[in-house]
Design a protein around this ligand. Structure first.
Ligand SMILES: C[S@@+](CC[C@H](N)C(=O)[O-])C[C@H]1O[C@@H](n2cnc3c(N)ncnc32)[C@H](O)[C@@H]1O
Length: 398
C-alpha cells in the first residue's frame, strides 16, 4: 500500500489549527486506516456479497437482490458488511473527535486570528439577521459536532477549523495539499471543454471554507467572484484563510443559495461543489432556478457530486448509500436517486443546454493528489457533474 498521507505536504495558512506531534500521528493513523478500509476491506465485502450474502437472500426471498434496498438488506445480515460499516462509522467518529480536540484547545486563538484578518474587510459580508435553513442547524451533518452553523462563542471558527484540519484524516492527501482538487478540476475542465470561456462574474454556491473557491478565483483573475454561504463560521474562516493565502478578490456573502442577492442574467459561471447532497429536496429545485436566473446567455452552470445511483448494480448502490444510512447525511440517498439533468430542465434550462460529465482532480506537483488505486465508494478525487450551458443571445451555443 502506498503512503497516502504526509503532514509535510500539507498546505499551510494562518488559520490552519496548530497540531502537536501526537495529534498529527492520530490523523496520520486515521488516514491510513481509511485507506486500508477502502483497499483492504471493501473488496472482501464484495466477495462476501457475491458468495454468501446474496445466496442467503436468495434462499429467503427466492430471487437475487434487485434494488439497492434489497442489496442493503442482504449486506446488513452479513458479518463482513457489519464489520466494514462499524469500522467506517467508528473512523468517522474518531476523525471528528480528533479534529474537535485540536480546535477546542485553541478556540480563542483561532477566533482572534480570524478577527484580526477579517476586521474592517468589505468583502466579508455577514448578515446578523440571516437565519440558516433549518436542515443545516437541526443536525450534525456527517457526524461533525455542531455542523456548519453552530457558534459557541463570539467569532467562533472551531467548526470550519475542525473540518479543514480533519479532512486530512478522511481524504489523506488525495485532494491536494489545500483540499482543492474539485476547484482545480473545474478549471481544467473549462480549459478543455470551453477554451474561449472568459467569465466576468463567477458565483460559487455553498462555498464552505473556500477549498475549491480559491483555484477558480485564481484561474480567472479578471472575474468578479461571489462565494455564497449560509454559515457565518464558515465565511469567517474562509475569508481569513483566503487572505492568508493571498486571495483578496473573493466576495464572501452570507446568504441562502435559494435566494442569491445578485441581479438576474449577471453571471457567467455558477457552480456547486458537494453542496446538493447536503440541501433539502425542497431546496434543490430552488437552487437550480437561481442558477437559471443568474446566468447570462452563454453562461455555464456545473454541479459536482458523487455519481447518481441510476444504472449502477444494486451492490454498488447499497455501498454508496452507506453515508445516507449511517453517516448522518439525510439528503444523500434522495439526491443520488434524483435525475439532476431532468431537474435542471424542470428548473428553467432547455434540454439541449444540459450535459453530464466527469471532473477529475488534476495531480499537483510531486504527485500529492495521486488517485487512490481502488474504488472506495465515495472518497476518490473524481466527481460526476450535471451541468448546463445557456444558449448565446442569438440562440446559438455561445
Ligand atoms: C460539503 S460543504 C462544500 C463546501 C465547498 N463547496 C467545497 O467544495 O468544499 C457544503 C456547504 O454548503 C453550505 N450550504 C448548504 N446549503 C446551503 C444553502 N441553501 N445556502 C448556502 N449555503 C449552503 C453549507 O453550509 C456548507 O458549507
Amino acid at each position: 500500500m502506498n503512503t497516502p498521507f504526509r503532514w509535510s505536504a500539507i498546505g499551510r495558512h494562518a488559520l490552519l489549527p496548530e497540531t502537536t506531534h501526537d495529534e498529527r500521528a492520530r490523523f496520520d493513523a486515521i488516514a491510513h486506516f481509511v485507506r486500508f478500509l477502502a483497499e483492504g476491506v471493501t473488496p472482501t465485502v464484495k466477495t462476501a456479497y457475491d458468495r454468501r450474502a446474496s445466496e442467503a437472500y436468495r434462499r429467503t426471498h427466492g430471487a437475487d437482490p434487485s434494488s439497492r434496498e434489497e442489496a442493503a438488506a442482504a449486506l446488513e445480515a452479513d458479518p463482513s458488511y457489519q464489520a466494514w460499516s462499524a469500522l467506517r462509522r467508528s473512523l468517522m467518529e474518531n476523525r471528528q473527535l480528533a479534529g474537535r480536540m485540536v480546535v477546542l484547545r485553541q478556540a480563542d486563538a483561532l477566533a482572534a486570528k480570524a478577527r484580526e484578518l477579517n476586521t474592517g474587510q468589505a468583502r466579508l459580508r455577514l448578515d446578523p439577521a440571516f437565519t440558516p435553513p433549518r436542515y443545516l442547524s437541526a443536525i450534525d451533518i456527517h457526524c461533525m459536532p455542531g455542523g456548519y452553523v453552530t457558534e459557541r462563542m463570539p467569532d467562533d471558527v472551531t467548526g470550519p477549523a475542525n473540518l479543514d484540519v480533519g479532512l486530512y484524516g478522511t481524504v489523506g492527501g488525495s485532494m491536494g495539499p489545500y483540499h482543492d482538487g474539485a476547484g482545480r478540476g473545474i478549471v481544467e475542465w473549462l480549459r478543455q471543454n470551453a477554451p474561449d470561456f472568459v467569465p466576468r462574474r463567477i458565483v460559487d454556491l455553498g462555498a464552505g471554507v473556500g477549498h475549491n473557491t480559491l483555484p477558480v478565483a485564481q484561474a480567472f483573475p479578471q472575474a468578479e467572484y461571489f462565494a455564497i454561504e449560509a454559515a457565518a463560521p464558515m465565511l469567517r474562516y474562509a475569508h481569513a484563510r483566503a487572505l492568508s493565502l493571498g486571495v483578496d478578490r473573493v466576495n464572501w456573502i452570507q446568504a441562502d443559495a435559494t435566494d442569491v442577492p445578485l441581479e438576474s442574467g449577471s453571471a457567467d459561471l455558477v457552480f456547486t461543489s458537494m453542496v446538493l447532497h447536503e440541501t433539502s429536496r425542497a431546496a434543490l429545485p430552488r437552487i437550480f432556478r437561481e442558477c437559471a436566473r443568474l446566468l447570462r446567455p452563454g453562461g455555464i452552470t456545473l454541479h459536482l457530486e458523487q455519481p447518481p445511483y441510476r444504472g449502477r448494480p444494486p451492490f454498488e448502490q447499497a455501498m454508496r448509500d452507506w453515508d445516507g444510512r449511517y453517516n448522518n447525511e439525510p439528503f444523500w440517498s434522495g439526491l443520488h436517486e434524483t435525475n439532476l439533468p431532468a431537474e435542471l430542465v424542470a428548473s428553467g434550462f432547455a434540454p439541449e443546454e444540459i450535459f453530464e460529465t466527469q471532473i477529475i482532480a488534476p495531480p499537483v506537483d510531486g504527485g500529492a493528489a495521486a488517485e487512490r488505486k481502488m474504488e472506495d465508494f465515495g472518497r476518490t478525487p473524481r466527481w460526476y457533474v450535471a451541468g448546463a450551458r445557456r444558449r448565446g443571445a442569438d440562440g446559438s451555443r455561445a
